[in-house]
Structure formats: C-alpha cells, structure tokens
Write a protein that binds this ligand. Structure first.
Ligand code: CU
Length: 171
C-alpha cells in the first residue's frame, strides 16, 4: 500500500511538472491570440419536478403532456472582437439538452430547435429568456428545486467549453 502511495505521489509530481512545461510553452508567445471574451451571467433554470405531469402549453417547460422538462436562461456577453456561436449545451440533470427558440405565430407559441446554435456578435450580448431563446432541458433526471444550483456546460465555436452554475428559480 505504501509503495502504491509513493508511486501515486511520484506520478502526481511528474504530471504537474509536465503540465507546467505545457503551460509555459503555451504562454510563451505573449498573447498573440486574442483572449476569448465570452461570459455567461445571470444563469438560471426554471424550477420543475422530474415526475410532474404538465400540460401548460403556454410555457417553455410544458410543451407536451407529461414531459419533464425545464429550461435554462442567461445573458451571454461577447467582449471579443470576433463573433462566437453557442453550439450546444450539456447538463447531467437532463436526458437531453437542446438549444431552442420560442416564437409566437399568431397567438400560438411554437418551440423550435436551433441546430446552428446562437450567434453572439462581436462586442455584443444575447439574452436567453422566457418566451425567447433558451437552453432546453429534456427529460429531467431529478427535481429542480428553487435555490439549488447545477452545472451547465456551454460549448462555443471559438471559446470552447464554458461551465457555469445555473440557479434554480420559481419564475
Ligand atoms: Cu424549448
């Protein structure tokens, strides 16, 4: 057992050393690449029960009978000089996560998956909010209770993966 621990420590030190070398190498040319300026703030999710039967067609969460869905909203800010794109999102509280847009057609509300994602213009902002753009949580694997938080990983075309904490709220 002791030998094992020693080995693990040695491996750990070796890994840190390698990482340090890699980081030094990556940082060597002084900031020739513009830093990605994507920031997600005010991230919140609609409270929902995983097993609840809901038939409220007027909300993002209740689009189908018996669906156990919710949605995540946020403000995306791009302070960079080039546009970026939110391509997809992932969260382990849902079986599937999609990027959606809610539109009114006459007085009927439709929800549509945005397979190309959402563009965030250079030096611009995009708000994901109820009745508009949202990250759809399909088939909740657990209840989302007000006050709780859970991680959501956003995948951007330029900025790569950005993980944020969503706070559950009762809208
Ligand atoms: Cu939706």
């Amino acid at each position: 057992m002791k030998q094992n621990n020693k080995m693990r420590t040695y491996l750990g030190v070796a890994l840190i050393a390698l990482l340090a070398i890699a980081l030094t190498a990556a940082c060597a040319p002084p900031a020739s690449q513009p830093a990605s300026g994507i920031q997600a703030s005010e991230v919140w999710a609609r409270a929902a029960k995983a097993g609840e039967m809901k038939s409220d067609a007027s909300s993002d969460t209740g689009m189908a009978m018996g669906s156990m869905n919710s949605a995540v909203y946020m403000l995306l800010t791009n302070s960079g000089d080039s546009s970026d794109r939110l391509l997809s999102a992932a969260a382990d509280v849902a079986g599937a996560v999609e990027i959606h847009e809610t539109r009114m057609e006459g007085d009927v509300m439709h929800m549509q998956q945005l397979t190309d994602g959402i563009e965030i213009p250079a030096n611009g902002q995009v708000e994901l909010k109820p009745g508009g753009l949202h990250v759809m949580l399909i088939d909740l694997t657990r209840d989302l209770n007000p006050g709780e938080t859970f991680p959501v990983t956003l995948q951007f075309e330029q900025a790569g993966a950005v993980t944020v904490e969503a706070e559950v709220r009762q809208p």
